[in-house]
Write a protein that binds this ligand. Structure first.
Ligand code: SAM
Length: 335
């Protein structure tokens, strides 16, 4: 059997994709998109503004233009494309922190140890850094700040679809377990004036959530705590983008805590990226590798979520796709 040029080209495209994130990341970190809002500029002009080496910056911008991220005109000036606008720091839903995160040492270097993850099922991060990613971030606030902003941008996607994709008015109180800084809870309560909310989060995150939820102050309780120790009583338990951070045993432990806290008739709503069947491309399939290598969690398929929820004490009653990223998995207590 001989290989074809097309097949070799395809494989080379996969392999050289690793050159792309650092190019985007360094331009994001230098804030280049912010310096192009007034119109196209040469690398020499930009280099002065961002403190870079003019020729090196030109090479990186030329590569980024080749990817379609910036425009490059005949006079060597680089300009914003709609994609590059997402790297501006002053746009809603900016992906600048997400782009910066991809080249940060703790999120990049563990991939050198992916073999360890594949042979053991354990996160390569822990082998590379001798601790979990969460313990590392607690010790490195500068990286935690970038990670927090990146996660908010990643997880912010789908908020409107989830708020619109379920009849939240059925519940008196919705608790968002590990609800971040409250953007999803705010969207749900904004649509449903009769619903009260509880944001349950780690103490430092609750403090940051006060700003997001300030306008809804009379209808929201902010409760600080550890979701492995206990969660408040409510009619609906929303858990978005949390279970995929954890290996099965920890995810089941969290589900059991919720199950124990639930009053009769309450419901569980899990919002996650569900791995679709088949061999087509999907965000969740590579996010799952990030979970394997960095976090020790997993993106799961429909059957795996049904099994996980069953082990946690729940029966899945409905699955509702919310946009192209998230699925809302509705479940009720078993037996
Ligand atoms: C991936 S983020 C998801 C945040 C939010 N649900 C969203 O979708 O944007 C996971 C959240 O779980 C919170 N968390 C992690 N461990 C926790 C714990 N033991 N108790 C309470 N919250 C925790 C983190 O602070 C973080 O905000």
């Amino acid at each position: 059997m001989t290989t074809t040029t097309a097949a070799r080209d395809e494989l080379m495209r996969m392999l050289t994709a690793k050159w792309q994130p650092p190019v985007v990341a360094v331009l994001a970190e230098l804030g280049v998109a912010d310096h192009l809002t007034g119109g196209p500029r040469t690398a020499a002009e930009l280099a002065g503004a961002v403190g870079a080496h003019p020729r090196a910056l030109h090479r990186v911008l030329r590569a980024a233009a080749g990817l379609g991220l910036f425009t490059q005109d005949g006079a060597g000036r680089f300009g914003l494309t709609p994609t590059a606008e997402c790297l501006r720091s002053d746009v809603p839903g900016s992906l600048r922190p997400a782009a910066m995160m991809f080249a940060l040492e703790p999120f990049w270097s563990p991939y050198a140890h992916i073999r360890h993850s594949v042979l053991t099922g354990e996160p390569a991060f822990d082998k590379a850094f001798g601790t979990t990613v969460y313990a590392y971030l607690a010790e490195h606030p500068e990286h935690a700040a970038v990670f927090g902003a990146a996660a908010a941008a990643f997880h912010g996607q789908g908020i409107e679809e989830i708020a619109a994709g379920h009849d939240w008015s059925r519940y008196g109180t919705v608790v968002d377990v590990g609800g971040g800084t409250g953007a999803l809870l705010a969207a749900i309560l904004g649509r449903h004036p009769g619903v009260r909310g509880v944001l349950f989060e780690l103490p430092e995150v609750v403090e940051r959530a006060r700003t997001t939820l300030a306008e809804l102050a009379g209808r929201v309780d902010l409760v600080a705590g550890d979701f492995f120790a206990g969660v408040p009583a409510a009619d609906a338990y929303l858990v978005k983008s949390c279970l995929h951070n954890f290996a099965d045993d920890q995810a089941v432990a969290l589900l059991r805590v919720i199950r124990r806290a639930m009053p009769a008739g309450a419901r569980l709503l899990v919002a996650e990226t569900v791995v679709p069947a088949g061999d087509g491309p999907h965000y969740a399939k590579l996010d799952d590798i990030e979970m394997l290598v960095i976090a020790g969690g997993a993106d799961r398929d429909e059957g795996e979520y049904a099994d996980l929820l069953a082990a946690g004490g729940f029966t899945v009653t409905a699955l509702t796709p919310c946009g192209d990223r998230f699925t809302l998995i509705e479940a009720e207590p078993r037996g």
